[in-house]
Ligand binder design. Structure first.
Ligand SMILES: C[S@@+](CC[C@H](N)C(=O)[O-])C[C@H]1O[C@@H](n2cnc3c(N)ncnc32)[C@H](O)[C@@H]1O
Length: 283
């Protein structure tokens, strides 16, 4: 993971291509790097699938679809009409939700400078950007300053329910950095009548299985850094989120969510947990 944003991590290209391959994205969000990586890793994917082992596609699809389902539910029930997708990478969620909900929602995507510039260019090509769909430079680690979440949320409508989404971000940081992020996120969401945070998480209990440990090792090489797993249980993750300032937190396996659909046949789906934490009194 490139903390300084000086170059774009290969994982963002890979996940971007995964969404395109599974018809969840617009071809304009594809990149040559993503195509190359995705094609290059296909033999490993096919081998793992034949052996009944977890695949990258399995866990990526499970987490993306489950987050989509929670976000859809909150938009449909009226509790959320502003969305911030932080560390958006080449995620197609903003594009899809903007096409679906138009001016019913404001969707703001944020990432480090190089990725934000690339995403803006790609979404312009897709014809999606307007006053209800924007891309901004946003640093998940900044407490203050122009690229901080605090600066962004203070300029948003304080009377509208707001969701913050991170996907594929938290587990690239150590526990204290991740928990500082949770506090930052809870603080920023607290100013809205409903604040909801959605993220994927990886628990450390699964890493006891040798094959899963091998899978995590491959993933670490792939992301050129460590993948941290620090909560032994869903309860521990929920307690951490509440300890960081959320009023309610629920963490569940993506494989148990109906939205995972066919992805749950891949054991990769059971390696991903989705956290939903709120700052409002209504859960
Ligand atoms: C694994 S990619 C995931 C992209 C996207 N969420 C997805 O699921 O397709 C991780 C993303 O996190 C972004 N990132 C890393 N550190 C960040 C930070 N401090 N603030 C904001 N974004 C960050 C990277 O630029 C990259 O786009």
């Amino acid at each position: 993971m490139d903390d300084d944003g000086s170059r774009i991590s290969p994982t963002a290209h890979y996940t971007g291509q995964t969404w395109v391959q599974h018809a969840m994205s617009d071809p304009s969000l594809a990149t040559p790097e993503g195509r190359l990586l995705y094609t290059g890793l296909r033999p490993i994917h096919w081998t793992l699938t034949l052996l009944g082992q977890p695949t990258l596609d399995g866990f990526l699809l499970a987490r993306h679809r489950t987050i989509d389902a929670y976000l859809t539910e909150a938009i449909e029930d009226g509790s959320v009409s502003q969305v911030i997708e932080l560390a958006c990478g080449l995620s197609p969620r903003g594009l899809r939700f903007h096409r679906r909900y138009g001016d019913r929602i404001t969707y703001i995507e944020g990432d480090l400078p190089h990725m934000a510039a690339l995403k803006r260019q790609k979404l312009e090509q897709a014809g999606s950007l307007d006053e209800n769909h924007r891309v901004v430079v946003l640093d998940a680690l900044a407490d203050e300053g122009p690229n901080s979440l605090a600066a962004l949320t203070s300029a948003m409508d304080p009377n509208r329910g707001t969701a913050l989404v991170t996907e594929g971000l938290i587990n690239y940081f150590d526990q204290s950095t991740a928990e500082a992020m949770f506090s930052r996120f809870a603080g920023a969401l607290a100013q809205f009548p409903n604040g909801m945070y959605l993220t994927d998480l990886y628990l450390n209990r699964v890493t006891n299985a040798p094959l899963i440990r091998a899978f995590s090792g491959v993933l670490s090489v792939f992301v050129r850094g460590s993948v941290y797993t620090f909560y032994p249980s869903t309860e521990a993750a929920e307690n951490a989120l509440v300890g960081a300032g959320f009023s309610f937190a629920s963490v569940g396996s993506a494989a148990d969510h109906p939205a995972s659909a066919t992805a749950k046949r891949d054991p990769g789906a059971s390696l991903v947990w989705i956290a939903r934490a709120t700052t409002s009194s209504t859960n």
